[in-house]
Design a binder for this molecule. Sequence first.
Ligand code: 9MR
Length: 387
Amino acid sequence: MALQQQRRRFLRLAGASVGMSAYASTLGIQCSAVAGSDSLQPAERRRPALKEVYKEHFLIGMAGDLPGNYSQQELALVKEHFNVVTPENCMKPGPVHPSENIWRFERCDALVKWCLDNNMAVHGHTLVWHAQTSDWFFRDGDKSVVVQRMKDHITTLVGRYKGKVRSWDVVNEAISDGGHSQTAQTENLRNSSWLKAVGPEFITLAFKFAHQADPDAKLYYNDYGIEAGPKHASAMVLLRRLIKEGAPIHAVGIQGHWSTRGIPYAALDRAIAAFASLGLKVGITELDVTIGGASGGQFGPRRFANLPPPSPEDLKTQADAYARLFAIFVKHNQVVERVTFWGLSDRRTWRFGQHPLIFDANNQPKPAYWAIVDVLLNSNRDLPAPR
Ligand code: 9MR
């Protein structure tokens, strides 16, 4: 960071500490005395817990198959900042239910136990998906057989963690990426094995089965790219149909796999309001913002894996992007119930090499972390005007 820029940031942080103490005390956060000093480094400023900073607004989550092979330092970081955990892979149909009569609950059980022991909620991910789902679900069966298999899968998994998993991604990524004409809006469902075997009602059925298994769990439809463009229009068509068919759906998950090169801020702002107008809550379920690279959904572009370390300017751009996003989430805090990062650090991320998260590979807070904190604790922080 250029010296001048660094100095401006230090002074801003110093100024922030004065203005933030009143607000911080209402949040129950102790502010360290941060005197205006040229030697002040963000690292020397007391590091508030994100879950405390945002506790009046929404849950703050991370994804990972905890405790697994996470180090004590990583687990401590999770406990410090987050109050809800999404299993990144272990609860998906493929890993947990590889064949009809085989269940692998070990990692899921360990995760749920660790979270409960540490006073953290669990968001289950994911019951019905086109990916990471073994072929046996669809083999040698007509529609009624496949529906029964889906029902058994959902009933067993949701039932096992009834009262322990607060919410579930019931159906994940059912909408196709291919756009459609804005004038002829359709659900544009992905031509998945579920759609082929059961037809569009597979989504409604999945919600009904999940609700039967745990009537208290909050049930999500989860997808990427549904905040903007034709995919947003499709999501609205699909959600209206689900509600009409009596699907017990409570929330929409906007995954939030973005890149600093193109975040649709204005569309996101409108999309949250549009989903709320259907009577649904919204979760930001898989948040990460790469520095450059592509936005997208699953199976990230591995060709970015060898990008050089981010420059101070890149980190600042990323911090500003996160701040703008959190300002939108705060604006909609009556609707947004949870913001979950997809991973823990730039080491624990599916987009390794693209530096997408708010803790670096050594678990240290990046400028993006401070920017998110400052959205609430330092209203003086100058945010770029919304586009
Ligand atoms: O982060 C997950 C990665 O470890 C897996 O290899 C991948 C396999 O599909 O799934 C990743 O998580 C995805 C999530 O389950 C659904 N939305 C997109 C996520 C990133 O690909």
